[in-house]
Design a protein around this ligand. Structure first.
Ligand code: ACO
Length: 706
């Protein structure tokens, strides 16, 4: 069966022939609208209406069944009610249709997942792909095809949109004209019974008419494969994710669980995969425009040219907020630019040519700056004046940029003014230069290109794979706990699992008797910590079950007795496995590393500074496991309290390299044991001065239910 399936989706999304099953002669019905839309959009392929009651619809011969259609059929648009869809699917399979575009609603979204599953099952048996159900259809400018009930094709452009919401797709379709952001394809993906977002990324990444993949996502069904395809994609992907809630987080028992949440994990996953995340619909359009027209910004040197000081300052503020430093242009750049401005202009950065700047100055400064090797990205700002014509300035800019022939450096533009500015900007966009109505938006667009480049370069680094790990040892400990009916490992067991993955734990052993405790203490060395080990006592300190700073044998014996007495009076029937004897690590900077299993993406790693930073400030960051070493370093840099690891108030910097390895190893472990570990924490982890390493002081592992 496998080879029959249309894996490149071209039959479904670029069909040469389309049947409409449930075609209708009644204007206003969806089965009529789709045919009318195909005609209006200038579709050049064969169109076959199917309806047993009609002989002709909108000038096309109508067939009683798809089996009566004379020629081959690539795609069948289904517009019959859901209850007929199984029979119709069988007939399409028999006909050898390549893909179904199922507009019909009434499936999993209303509790009828069974209907949808049956449709996919039959389709897979007969080699068909299924788009939907519960969709608007699919539109493509380059194929002159509106196979949907959206009113018209979008403003032509180089981006393509995939939307989980049909209504939003229709709204965005119309908005492409007012927003001046062009799209080639708009594809409604609905219930994603078969074709999902990762299929779409793969298809659009290979589509010659698409330069930017724009997604509206409510919830992914295919988290790991989405990540994989997005990482592989060579075209930029921008996403608007809605419907983020704390699902799953509330149910999680561990510290990490309460700090996680769908929204944070989605954002982390997008960042890891190099996906640009929009904050709202406006932002989705803005990012799509720049990512569809411009290359990434490959360095931090941004040059801003303007005829107005005010917009220059606004641009500067926006650049700094976006993490792009506004550096002064080098001497040679300033010297050249000074030739195209009056005495009182400024050639630093932002470069203020003053209100006297006309077409000629814009042309010359743009051409020189864009070609200068120091400049990584150019933002051109213009304020409408009585002496200059916006259209002339736009043409000057366009000529300057095209004459350089440079294709691997980005430019964005903002004209601030009235109707003339709007028209000039529309002209610029039509000619492939992204233009925005406000200076901060032009800078923000540039920062999208910078962020995209940064994410993609990290994205090229492969996940860390540790050597010298002992998976069998880890699994043995886990199996042993399971055989005793426990899902929570004891601290001693959890540390041994960590140790099997090369994590630097403080040596910890279980003593069943006082004498054993003394022997172990002498082996480990002083000072020591002793802790109760009982599946019935989770909050060890509350039970008086922890003694620290034990310096000799006498203290070991004393602690052993006291801890046991305390535990018994705390919970008389508690099952006591023994007392953990462990090295007491000297204190330094405390951090927390943890993991939860996310419903969409699988195992995720969390990192943050410990103590108050976690409890009060919730200053933590997430990634989907596994991660690379550069990602592990970035995690340390992106928390708000990152400076503390760099060394504050005269303290020496902490060992960030050793910490990065711990994070990467930890992520490897939770990914490797993803079927076994539901949640885990290394808390606290102590980070010492540079070169002196890291120690995992406490460990927790909760196993998955099987
Ligand atoms: N083969 C061919 N034609 C058939 C068959 C069959 N086996 N069975 C029925 N038909 C014909 C019907 O006779 C009818 O034609 P007619 O107009 O000549 O009578 C036509 O198919 C359509 O069937 P109806 O019963 O009239 O159904 P109707 O057109 O009212 O609704 C529809 C069908 C549109 C698929 C509906 O069930 C539905 O799902 N609507 C929601 C669609 C939707 O909104 N999807 C997008 C969601 S996203 C968003 O919200 C924007």
């Amino acid at each position: 069966m496998e080879e029959k399936v249309d894996s490149n989706l071209s039959g479904l999304l670029k069909p040469k022939s389309i049947a409409i099953i449930g075609a209708s002669a009644t204007p206003g019905k969806i089965g009529n609208t789709v045919i009318k839309n195909l005609i209006d959009s200038g579709y050049k392929g064969d169109v076959y209406p199917v309806n047993p009651k009609e002989t002709e619809i909108l000038g096309y011969e109508c067939y009683e069944s798809i089996l009566d259609v004379p020629g081959p059929v690539d795609a069948a648009v289904i517009t019959v009610p859901a209850k007929f869809s199984i029979d119709v699917t069988k007939e399409c399979g028999e006909k050898g249709v390549k893909g179904l575009i199922v507009i019909t609603s009434g499936y999993s979204e209303v509790g009828r997942a069974d209907l949808e599953e049956e449709m996919v099952r039959i389709s897979q048996e007969t080699g068909m792909r299924v788009l939907g159900p519960n969709i608007v259809g699919t539109l493509s400018n380059s194929d002159n095809m509106n196979a949907s009930f959206a009113p018209f094709l979008p403003l032509p452009g180089k981006a393509s949109l995939v939307s989980q919401s049909g209504a939003l797709l229709i709204a965005m379709d119309a908005a492409t004209y007012t927003r001046r952001v062009g799209f080639d394809k708009m594809i409604s993906i609905g219930n994603m019974s078969d074709v999902n977002f990762s299929d779409m990324i793969k298809f659009l990444n290979e589509d010659p008419d698409t330069t930017c993949i724009s997604l509206y996502i409510e919830g992914l069904k295919d988290g790991p494969s989405f990540l994989q395809e997005a990482k592989k994609a060579t075209k930029p992907i921008v996403v608007l994710k809605s419907g983020v809630s704390a699902h799953g987080a509330a149910a999680a028992a561990s510290h990490t669980g309460s700090l996680a949440g769908a929204a944070k994990i989605y954002s982390a996953a997008f960042q890891q995969a190099g996906v640009s995340q929009a904050s709202d619909l406006d932002d989705l359009f803005d990012r799509t425009l720049v990512l569809s027209l411009e290359p990434p910004m490959k360095g931090d040197n941004l040059l801003v040219l303007t005829n107005g000081g005010g917009v220059g300052v606004l641009a500067t503020d926006s650049a700094e907020a976006a993490g792009i430093p506004m550096r002064f242009a080098p001497e040679d750049v300033q010297t050249e630019l000074k030739k195209h401005m009056p005495e009182f202009g400024s050639a630093k950065n932002p470069v203020d040519m003053t209100g006297m700047a006309g077409k000629d100055w814009y042309y010359k400064t743009t051409k020189f700056s864009f070609a200068h090797p120091w400049v990584d990205g150019l933002v051109l700002l213009y304020c409408e004046t009585a002496m200059t014509d916006p259209q002339e300035i736009a043409e000057g800019i366009f000529n300057a940029i095209s004459e350089t022939g440079i294709k691997d450096k980005p430019v964005t533009v903002s004209f601030v003014g009235g109707e003339k500015c709007d028209k000039a900007m529309a002209w610029l966009v039509e000619n492939g230069i992204p233009a925005y109505g406000a200076p901060d938006l032009a800078v923000k667009a540039m920062s999208t290109l910078r962020q995209y480049d940064r994410m993609k370069s990290l994205n090229d680094t492969s996940a860390f794979v540790p050597s010298n790990i002992d998976v069998r040892k880890a699994r043995k400990i886990i199996d042993n706990a399971r055989s005793k009916g426990r899902l929570a490992l004891t601290e001693v067991e959890a540390k041994k699992v960590f140790d099997a993955y090369g994590l630097p734990i403080t040596p910890t052993e279980l003593a069943k008797t006082e004498d054993e405790a003394v022997t172990l203490a002498n082996q480990i060395g002083y000072p020591l910590v002793m802790k109760i080990v009982s599946p019935d006592i989770l909050h060890k300190s509350d039970a008086g079950g922890v003694k620290v700073n034990i310096k000799n044998e006498t203290m070991v014996r004393e602690a052993f007795k006291t801890i046991l007495d305390n535990a018994k009076s705390y919970k008389a029937d508690a099952l006591i496995e023994g007392i953990a004897v462990q090295e007491m690590a000297p204190w330094a900077t405390e951090v927390i590393v943890g993991s939860v299993k996310d419903a969409t993406f699988g195992p995720t790693i969390m990192f943050g500074l410990g103590g108050i930073f976690v409890e009060v400030l919730k200053d933590v960051t997430f990634r989907v496991a596994p991660i690379s070493l550069p990602e592990a370093k970035l995690m340390q840099d992106e928390i708000r309290s990152a400076a503390i690891l760099g060394g504050v108030r005269g303290e020496a910097p902490r060992d960030k390299a050793a910490l990065a390895e711990v994070l990467a190893r930890y992520a490897y472990m939770i990914h490797d044991l993803k079927d076994e570990i539901a949640e885990s924490d290394a808390n606290p982890v102590i980070v010492y001065e540079e070169g002196q390493g890291v120690k995992v002081v406490d460990a927790r592992i909760i196993l998955t239910k099987k």
